[in-house]
Design a protein around this ligand. Structure first.
Ligand code: NAD
Length: 330
C-alpha cells in the first residue's frame, strides 16, 4: 500500500524500513500534515501520522479527494484526528494502542528523580568544578504520597515503580483497576488526591473532560510545594495558572515532557533561533522546572513496537480486513 509517512525523522525511517521489508511502498516526508502539506499525499492510499500531524476536517477532505483511504497513526493518542470527518469520507483509522508503557512510566520517574535531587543542576555545576551543594536539597521519596491521575497501562507501571520506592499511592481514574489496587493504591476523589499528594503525575488521555484538569482551582487545592509531573498531554495543564503557582511557591516543582503549545517546537532543533514561545522560554529558566521534548516514548523497544503494529495495521487496511487497532468516531 503506498503510504506517505508525515513528520518522519531519521529514527522513524530506521525502525520502519527494515521491519517493512518491502511490504508497503513507504514515502517519507519531513513536514507535519496540515492543510498546506496534505497534497504531499498525492498518489498514496494511506498516510502514516504522528502526534503533531493535524488531520482536521479540512485536511481530511484534501486527503480523501486525493484518494487516501486509511490513516495509520504511529502513536496511541488520536486527539489530532477529526474522527467524524474521517468516517464521513470513508477513511479508516488505526493506532498503536500500547508501545512500552514501561518506557513512558520510567521517563516520568526519571523526571521526578532528576527534579527532586537536582541532578540537572548538579550536572552543570560539576562540569564547571563547582561542587557546592547549595540549592540541591531534595527529599526522601520513601513514605511520601504520590497521586496518580489515570491508572491505565502507563499509570499502572508508574504506580508500581513508586510503590517500590516505599511511597503511598493515591489513584484517580474513571474506572478502578484491580491490578493497581493490588499494588496497594487507594482510589479516591480528585480533591483528596490534590490535598494529600506530595507528588502528582498525570497519565490520563486528553479529552474535553481532562482539558486543563490542572487549573488555578486544582492548584489551589494542592499542598504547598507539590511536585507535578506531566507525561500525558500538554493541555492537561493550564500553563499560565501553573506559572503563577510556581511563582507563588504553591507548586514546588514541575516536570513536563508535553506542553500545550509544543507543536512546531518539540522535535525541532531551534538552537540557532529565538524561541517563539514566551511561556516556554520562561519555564525553562526556572531552576525547579524540567522540560523534555515529548521523548518519554523514545526507547528502542517502543520504536520497534510502533513500527511492528503500524505496519500490521497497514497490512489489514491493504487486505480490506478488520483491524484490531481501529479507531472509530463516537
Ligand atoms: P490507557 O488508555 O491505558 O490509560 C488511560 C487511563 O486514563 C484509563 O485508565 C482511563 O480510564 C483513564 N481516564 C480516562 N478519562 C479519565 C479522566 N477524566 N480522569 C482520570 N482518568 C481518566 O492509556 P496509556 O497507554 O496509559 O496512556 C496514557 C496517556 O499517556 C495517553 O493518553 C497519552 O496522552 C500519553 N502518552 C504520552 C507519551 C509520551 O511520549 N509523553 C507516550 C504515550 C502516551
Amino acid at each position: 500500500m503506498k503510504t506517505v509517512v508525515f513528520s518522519s525523522k531519521p529514527y522513524d525511517r530506521a525502525s520502519l524500513v527494515p521491519m517493512n521489508a518491502g511490504r508497503h511502498d513507504l514515502v517519507f516526508q519531513e513536514p507535519r500534515l496540515n492543510v498546506a502539506t496534505a497534497p504531499l499525499a498525492a498518489g498514496a492510499e494511506a498516510v502514516c501520522l504522528f502526534v503533531h500531524d493535524r488531520a482536521d476536517a479540512e485536511a481530511i477532505d484534501i486527503l480523501a479527494n486525493l484518494g487516501v483511504r486509511a490513516i495509520a497513526l504511529r502513536c496511541a493518542g488520536f486527539n489530532n484526528v477529526d474522527l467524524a470527518a474521517a468516517a464521513n469520507r470513508g477513511i479508516r483509522i488505526a493506532r498503536v494502542p500500547a508501545y512500552s508503557p514501561h518506557g513512558v512510566a520510567e521517563h516520568a520517574v526519571a523526571l521526578l528523580l532528576t527534579l527532586n535531587r537536582r541532578i540537572h543542576r548538579a550536572y552543570n555545576r560539576v562540569r564547571e568544578s563547582n561542587f557546592s551543594l547549595d540549592g540541591l536539597l531534595g527529599f526522601d521519596l520513601h513514605g511520601k504520597t504520590v497521586g496518580v491521575i489515570g491508572t491505565g497501562r502507563i499509570g499502572e507501571c508508574f504506580a508500581r515503580i513508586m510503590a517500590g520506592f516505599g511511597c503511598r499511592i493515591l489513584a484517580y481514574d474513571v474506572f478502578e483497576s484491580p491490578s493497581v489496587l493490588a499494588v496497594g493504591a487507594e482510589y479516591g476523589p480528585l480533591e483528596r488526591l490534590f490535598s494529600e499528594s506530595h507528588i502528582i503525575s498525570l497519565h490520563c488521555p486528553l479529552t474535553p473532560r481532562t482539558h486543563h484538569l490542572i487549573d488555578a482551582t486544582a492548584l489551589g487545592k494542592m499542598r504547598d510545594g507539590t511536585m507535578l509531573i506531566n507525561t500525558g498531554r500538554g493541555p492537561l495543564i493550564d500553563t499560565p495558572a501553573v506559572i503563577n503557582a510556581l511563582k507563588s511557591g504553591r507548586l514546588g516543582a514541575l516536570a513536563i515532557d508535553v506542553y500545550e503549545e509544543e507543536e512546531g517546537v518539540f522535535y525541532e532543533d531551534l538552537s540557532g533561533s529565538i524561541l517563539p514561545d514566551d511561556q516556554l522560554a520562561r519555564l525553562i529558566t526556572y531552576p525547579n522546572v524540567l522540560v523534555t521534548g515529548h521523548q518519554a516514548f523514545f526507547t528502542r523497544e517502543a520504536m520497534q513496537a510502533i513500527a511492528e503494529v503500524t505496519l500490521s495495521n497497514l497490512d489489514d487496511f491493504a487486505a480490506g480486513r478488520d483491524c484490531p487497532n481501529a479507531v472509530k468516531a463516537g
